[in-house]
Design a protein around this ligand. Structure first.
Ligand SMILES: CCCCCCCCCC(=O)SCCNC(=O)CCNC(=O)[C@H](O)C(C)(C)COP(=O)(O)OP(=O)(O)OC[C@H]1O[C@@H](n2cnc3c(N)ncnc32)[C@H](O)[C@@H]1OP(=O)(O)O
Length: 202
């Protein structure tokens, strides 16, 4: 995979920290260790938090706005990782073609809504990311004005999911994009979004 963004050592170290945080979140939420281990782990985590909180920035680090466009210019072999510095965002890497985008993901236990099923809000988050980042990759600074999600069937946890998005129509500042999630070749959810290009430059 070709690296799209230049990373300073500090950003690279932050990436690793965030990856470790994701692993910690899953381990914490699913551990069946005994009381002693739970108390001890909590104490250690609070100690780590105290160290990290000594110097903070007000917001999570952001990726470079142009990085998706650079990935799209390279072609589908280039991967663009969304929200790499944000442990709560759904971890996904998008690949762009001339006309659309795709990604392959697996949703773990942290994203469960109904039993064994991805929460509908995370489905919307994933699809909004697929549509919005495709807009970004096309060089348009646009926000979601509306997003309609149709949940056809349950989107399963711990199973390979294929994500897709494409542009349907462009009319001045308005773009309609659609996206969908497939499991085993069957669509579980679809999205249709209206994006409005901002008047101001970023
Ligand atoms: C810097 C990095 C940025 C990365 C962005 C990635 C995107 C990720 C996707 C997201 O999650 S975005 C976050 C969720 N969305 C928002 O917070 C958007 C909140 N809404 C707004 O900020 C404004 O309503 C919006 C920018 C969408 C539109 O306001 P404007 O003042 O720019 O638009 P205006 O009111 O002039 O309307 C322009 C056209 O769009 C139409 N329009 C606007 N909102 C609409 C709507 N909701 N439904 C239908 N049409 C709508 C409006 O009628 C009009 O049509 P006409 O040109 O034909 O007259």
């Amino acid at each position: 995979m070709r690296a799209v963004e230049e990373e300073t050592d500090h950003r690279a170290a932050t990436l690793e920290l965030i990856e470790a945080t994701r692993e910690l979140m899953l381990a914490s939420a699913t551990t069946e260790m005994g009381l002693a281990e739970l108390h001890s782990a909590t104490e250690q985590m609070r100690a780590i938090t105290a160290v990290l909180a000594q110097r903070r920035r007000p917001r999570v680090l952001r990726g470079d706005f142009d990085a998706p466009a650079r990935a799209r210019a390279i072609g589908p072999e280039a991967g663009y990782r969304l929200f790499p510095f944000h442990p709560v965002a759904f971890p996904m890497e998008m690949h762009f073609s001339e006309s659309g985008a795709r990604a392959s993901v697996v949703a773990n236990a942290l994203f469960e809504g109904p039993r064994e099923t991805v929460h509908g809000g995370f489905v919307a988050h994933i699809l909004d990311c697929m549509l919005g980042t495709l807009m970004q990759a096309r060089g348009t600074l646009a926000l979601t004005a509306s997003l309609e999600i149709t949940y056809h069937r349950r989107t399963p946890l711990d199973e390979p999911l294929e994500l897709f998005s494409r542009i349907v129509e462009i009319d001045g500042r308005k773009t309609i994009a659609e996206g969908w999630i497939e499991h085993d070749g069957v669509r579980t959810a679809e999205a249709r979004g209206l994006f409005i290009a901002l008047k101001e430059t970023r």
